[in-house]
Design a protein around this ligand. Sequence first.
Ligand code: NAP
Ligand code: MG
Length: 402
Amino acid sequence: MAKIEMKTPLVEMDGDEMTRIIWQMIKDELICPYVDLKTEYFDLGLEHRNETDDQVTVDSAEATKRLGVAVKCATITPNAARMEEYDLKQMWKSPNGTIRAMLDGTVFRAPIVVKGIDPVVRNWKRPITIARHAYGDVYKNAEIRVPGAGTAELVFTAEDGTVIREPIHDFAGPGVIQGTHNLDESIESFARSCFEYALSTRQDLWFATKDTISKTYDHRFKDVFADVFEADYREKFEAAGIEYFYTLIDDAVARVMKAEGGFIWACKNYDGDVMSDMLSSAFGSLAMMTSVLVSPHGYFEYEAAHGTVQRHYYKHLKGEETSTNSVATIFAWTGALRKRGELDETPELVDFANHLERATVSTIEAGKMTGDLALITSIENPTKLSTRNFILAVRETFDAEA
Ligand code: NAP
Ligand code: MG
């Protein structure tokens, strides 16, 4: 059978440890036999980042701006132990942080729904995607431990010397104060990423804050979303048959628990931190989550939500058998290939990505899975497969369904 042609290359960001091993297996067994794979390859493995003084990370992000779609393997974020293990010149920054800062995006995470790995919330039938704003609020705060009686004020001094003051509280005794901020520019780019992602996945978008209590701060978020929607997205949403709606955060939480899923939930930074952990554990596991960085300029970077699975890698190095779940990494590849196919108008590539995702899901639904899932599945007598044998089982399913 002729291989599927690609018009434009993907940006391929290779990574570290167990996920690097999985990366190669996925390419060898699940992609290259079927697709004439074109990529611009960047080795973001820690050794090569160290050799290039991390220039390779910057180059890979630049390439993403040029080509539009990237797929990234999990990478080590160095700490003191890694400095020694890899004899590093510097404690290089998190590649994800560097790439996010350059592409200016929002991270969307969605569970991969499989029969037999059941969400603990019974009525959730389809995935719920969290879009987390990644700038400001309590993560960039200033705090004071108030020692005793006194007066607290918010003071803003403009460049021209104009001063705005707002009383906070007259303290009669000790307490605490916190100052937080956000930027119109960052909120707007968050909003645009959410609207773009909703359009590209054809799902409704929900956004919620506490604007009844925070009448200036949270209200600004609500207004920016509404302005961007009216100016640039209302017509596109109507054409796509999807909806944007705003509600209060407590109302959103209540609705999420009763919903069937199949929508995007945009959250302020803190809400997204807390709610994404709740969603991922209620849906099953981090190895069953997709993760994509969407830039407001229309660039997409697909990855797995988990790390490099160091403990399994050390077993692998000792020659012991591993059973590492490759589903999130397979879906990073299919996400990137599908997006490439959509942008290039190559429907065969889109079909291939959909087919590979279906084959992955039905392999698990047939009871063949890695150890992490075998522990939590409701399927009786599941077969626990090794890292490699799971990937080979997916290939068998793929060929059988072709
Ligand atoms: P991790 O790689 O996510 O693994 C933590 C544990 O979760 C594993 O030991 C394993 O549990 C389980 N697990 C995670 N992914 C799994 C999979 N695909 N299949 C089966 N089990 C899985 O987190 P970590 O060990 O804390 O971090 C390792 C390295 O990853 C660190 O250097 C960190 O900097 C990096 N990291 C990178 C990214 C990224 O690039 N996106 C994200 C997070 C962390 P058991 O051992 O119990 O089997
Ligand atoms: Mg968290």
